[in-house]
Design a protein around this ligand. Structure first.
Ligand code: GTP
Length: 296
């Protein structure tokens, strides 16, 4: 006997948009609590689960897409490969387009990329965010513009700040998910899972530049969280890899720290400081005891 209703739907959703278009605020509003993440980690490093939206009728797994945060700084094929990898199995994309700004080149670029790379079965839904910032007439005009921009599956005005239409968006998305049992536990989440997600974000930040040099040799652990200060270790297998992660004059490690901190702040919805230490843990992959300590 199953403990979910008949016709339950569940799937993966990626919220995209230019910086500052309201992605994090919308994510938090959909989830309905500050952080809701799960301890299960996806089987690959391609996808980072940011949050799970649980409703009676279904479940939306909100995922992050490596590559989409700064598509313009990555070149051609590499960008396409990264984005294609991470978008190939999402069921819907939510594209955030703020109500109080006109469509710009950044939106068109992102939309072009997503439309080209997302699987054919996925729906692209436009969320016209921050609807509380404009009056009705301006909102109507903006909705018209957005509808003409692309063949969106839905165009939904939302105000995450006021909570307007957030539930409507959630149910429209759930309707577009495949019928499936819940993919993650339907109940609340533990502190431990927050830590898992933090390590995942740090690992992703590091691998974004170093994927070729360190395919599987990188493990990340949290040493300590004191208030808003997070101490994290990056474990590599060899001295030479340590040098790669740190980079010339520490430049690479600094990039990783800035990137990871931003992602963690988005996740936790607060400012944090992040300390990264690179350690050589020799041959950790071949030593079950070491692997256990590193959370594998
Ligand atoms: N008035 C209003 N402001 C909003 C709403 N949603 C987001 N904002 C504000 O818009 C700004 C950007 O929101 P975020 O949710 O951080 O946007 P983001 O797209 O995640 O930004 P990046 O992390 O830079 O990509 C913040 O100052 C929010 O408070 C909304 O519904 N109404």
């Amino acid at each position: 006997m199953s403990d979910w209703p008949e016709g339950f739907r569940a799937g993966f959703v990626c919220v995209v948009g230019r910086p500052n278009t309201g992605k994090s605020t919308l994510t938090n509003a959909l989830v309905g609590q500050k952080v809701a993440i799960t301890s299960d980690r996806p089987e690959t490093t391609r996808r980072v689960v940011r949050a799970v939206v649980n409703r009676e009728s279904g479940q939306l797994i909100l995922v992050d897409t490596p590559g989409l945060h700064r598509p313009r700084t990555l070149l051609g094929e590499r960008l396409n490969d990264m984005v294609r990898d991470s978008l190939s199995d999402v069921d819907a994309i939510v594209m955030c387009l703020p109500a109080d700004e006109a469509t710009g080149p950044g939106d068109r670029f992102l939309l072009g990329l997503v439309s080209k790379l997302v699987s054919k079965k996925a729906s692209i839904v436009a969320a016209v965010t921050k609807s509380d910032l404009v009056d009705r007439a301006a909102l109507a005009r903006r909705l018209q513009d957005v509808s003409e921009l692309a063949d969106f599956a839905e165009v939904v005005p939302v105000s995450a700040a006021k909570g307007d239409q957030v539930e409507l968006l959630a149910s429209l998305l759930i309707e577009r998910m495949p019928e499936s049992p819940p993919l993650y536990p339907r109940d609340a989440v533990t502190d431990e899972s927050e830590e898992t997600l933090i390590t995942e974000l740090v690992r992703e930040a590091a691998l974004r530049d170093l994927r070729d040099e360190l395919p599987h040799s990188l493990a990340v652990t949290i040493d300590e969280i004191v208030g808003d200060r997070i101490h994290v270790s990056l474990h590599v297998e060899r001295d030479s890899q340590k040098g790669i992660v740190i980079g010339r004059g520490g430049a690479q490690l600094k990039r990783i720290r800035v990137r990871a901190r931003k992602a963690i702040e988005r996740l936790l919805d607060k400012k944090v400081s992040l300390d990264l230490h690179v350690k050589v843990t020799k041959d950790w992959q071949r030593d079950p005891k070491k692997m256990g300590r590193l959370g594998f």
